[in-house]
Design a protein around this ligand. Structure first.
Ligand code: FPP
Length: 253
């Protein structure tokens, strides 16, 4: 992908007038769904939907930065996605590199830091290299944290946390009495991040699909019928507006 797509710096300072800047979700997580159906509707191969989905990623990063969201976690590849045909997996594995090839300069200009959650060591070397390069290059940026969930599964994450805790108990760097929700959360990939305030899922499906199972305990859920490749700033701002109308009680009254 050599063509440079519209740069997002130009609109950086704009903010939607209807949003209350004091009540922004700090962390937004998105299950980007519907790429295949978007393509099918147009008589195109599924991969055309994924390619178009990359443009939607750029749009949502721009919108999140404009709204001063601090963390944007995008579900790009789940531990269950390995069940897909090899050719589709191969294509999906090229997308992080393609995205970063086009947009990394913009991410730098806009102070965006790239991170990942998930078991990236199981990804092809070229995918790992692209994300490791972007993480390193952006590591001192302190604006929006763009967090890609790659080879991520909530149950896998919890299980690896338990294994690591047991290993630490074994060598006495951890004691049973010191285990609480906070110490447990420090063993998750999301260590140090606040839990998502808002979860968006596109394409009309309403399930979690093994995403951030621990972290979503008190997250506000927001669903749209829109397929991911059609997702844009307007829909993102609609989700933020609806979030701001919600009363979060965390089990209280
Ligand atoms: C779900 O749609 C989408 C995915 C499993 C892949 C998501 C990936 C992207 C949007 C691009 C990622 C971009 C970067 C920069 C890493 P689906 O294929 O399950 O759609 P369907 O339910 O309609 O079949």
């Amino acid at each position: 992908m050599s063509m440079k797509l519209p740069f997002f710096k130009k609109k950086q300072t704009e903010q939607n007038d209807e949003q209350d800047p004091e009540n922004m979700p700090e962390h937004v997580a998105i299950i980007m769904d519907g790429n295949g159906r978007w393509a099918k509707k147009r008589g195109l191969p599924r991969i055309a939907g994924h390619r178009e989905g990359v443009k939607a990623v750029n749009r949502v990063v721009r919108a999140a930065a404009q709204s001063h969201v601090k963390v944007l976690t995008l579900y790009a590849f789940s531990t269950e996605n390995w069940k897909r045909p090899a050719s589709e997996i191969e294509f999906l594995m090229k997308l992080p590199k393609e995205f970063l090839h086009v947009y990394l300069p913009d991410l730098m200009d806009n102070n965006v830091r790239v991170e990942t959650i998930g078991d990236i060591q199981a990804l092809p070397a070229h995918t790992q290299e692209a994300v490791t390069y972007a993480k390193d290059k952006t590591k001192n940026n302190d604006g929006l944290l763009l967090n890609f969930a790659l080879n991520y599964g909530g149950r896998f994450e919890i299980m690896q946390a338990v294994k690591q805790m047991m290993a630490d108990l074994d060598c006495s760097t951890l004691s049973i009495d010191s285990i609480n929700e906070e110490t447990f959360a420090n063993y998750l990939f999301t260590q140090g991040l606040t839990d998502p305030d808002l979860l968006i899922r596109t394409s009309g499906e309403q399930r979690l699909s093994n995403f951030l199972l621990w972290q979503l305990a008190y997250t506000e859920l927001w669903f749209t019928e829109t397929y991911w490749p059609d997702f844009d700033e307007g829909i993102f701002n609609q989700a933020l507006g609806d979030y701001q109308q919600r009363k979060r009680r965390y089990g209280g009254i």
